[in-house]
Design a protein around this ligand. Structure first.
Ligand SMILES: Nc1ncnc2c1ncn2[C@@H]1O[C@H](COP(=O)(O)OP(=O)(O)O)[C@@H](O)[C@H]1O
Ligand SMILES: [Mg+2]
Length: 291
């Protein structure tokens, strides 16, 4: 079943000129980014570049100071539950599972935005509720099957090894039946095998017709996985293009190596700090005790 070849490409996510200021700090500055159907888009950039803040602006966790975010042609209200309902799901940089719930229960929690059964029906446990519950259970098990954790459905989330907790977070996000999945550093802390498995999982998600936007530090992972990559540096989008383009862009390389290039955002401050450090006696790291 390949729906992607017959379906025309459409814009799933359209973020335009998103700016997020915290007091005097501009964490994200006028960033525009689109994600199309069938695409896996990567968002890279050094620590503190504003990647997570940008995600938070997309998902309604933050109300952007400026700019707007549309999902499938409709402007999103900055409210997380409405964004989820609209069709965007996410995972977090720091795992947020219900540690004392089972694996299955964690996925069921992710389904509640898609269950039409209301509060009264749930409380009275009427026939509608029982039917909806059975359907939810079935779908949750299907998702656990998909990520390869069905055999651990009854385990407590906190007893899973780290890599499986990450996968479970993805299953919980998928339980809301999203059209776009946002992943914030999905392979952080994973070993190479787990990272490869995560790569396969994300390809499989894309093949199910879900567009993916992924933040990651692991360059090999990103350049393997993504159709398009955007690089944020100090809150600004520096480069965007194919993995090949971004990979060979000297400004991206410089940003990662920490060498400021001419005209780089923040290059002046970096130069100032370096000059001050060079001027200060006894701060040469090479002469310091390594411990
Ligand atoms: N809620 C907040 N309040 C104030 N500053 C914040 C907040 N969230 C993030 N920041 C700042 O915004 C900048 C970007 O952070 P972040 O988006 O987490 O970067 P990244 O995910 O690229 O590492 C950092 O300087 C960070 O300290
Ligand atoms: Mg982050």
């Amino acid at each position: 079943m390949n729906t992607m070849t017959t379906t025309a490409t459409t814009t799933v996510l359209d973020a335009s000129d998103v700016t997020m200021r915290f007091g005097g700090l501009t964490a994200v500055r006028s960033v525009s980014l689109t994600v199309n159907s069938g695409e896996i888009v990567g968002l890279i950039g050094p620590n503190g570049a504003g990647k997570t803040t940008f995600f938070n602006c997309l998902t309604g966790l933050y109300v952007p100071t400026e700019g707007k975010v549309s999902y499938k042609g409709t402007v999103l209200p900055p409210k997380p539950h409405l964004v989820t309902q609209a069709g965007i799901a996410r995972t977090f940089q720091n795992i947020r599972l219900f540690a004392n719930m089972t694996v299955l229960e964690n996925v069921l929690v992710g389904r509640h935005t898609r269950t039409k059964e209301g509060l009264w029906s749930a409380l009275l446990r009427g026939p509608g509720f029982k039917k909806a519950e059975a359907a939810s259970h079935e779908r949750a098990m299907e998702l656990l099957e998909f990520i390869g954790l069905a055999h651990k459905a009854d385990h407590l989330a906190r007893n899973l090894p780290y890599g499986e907790q990450r996968k479970l977070e993805i299953a919980r996000a998928l339980a809301s039946e999203p059209g776009l999945l946002l992943l914030d550093e999905p392979t952080a802390g994973m070993n190479p095998q787990e990272t490869r498995a995560a790569e396969e999982l994300i390809f499989a998600i894309r093949d199910q017709g879900i567009a993916v936007l992924v933040i990651e530090h692991d360059m090999r992972f990103i350049f393997n996985l993504c159709d398009r990559v955007a690089c944020l540096v100090q809150g600004e989008k520096l480069v965007e293009g194919t993995p090949e383009t971004v990979q060979s862009d000297e400004r991206v390389i410089a940003a990662y190596l920490g060498t400021p290039f001419e005209g780089a955002p923040g290059a002046e401050e970096v130069a100032e700090v370096e000059a001050a450090e060079a001027a200060a006696p006894g701060t040469d790291s090479r002469t310091e005790d390594p411990k």
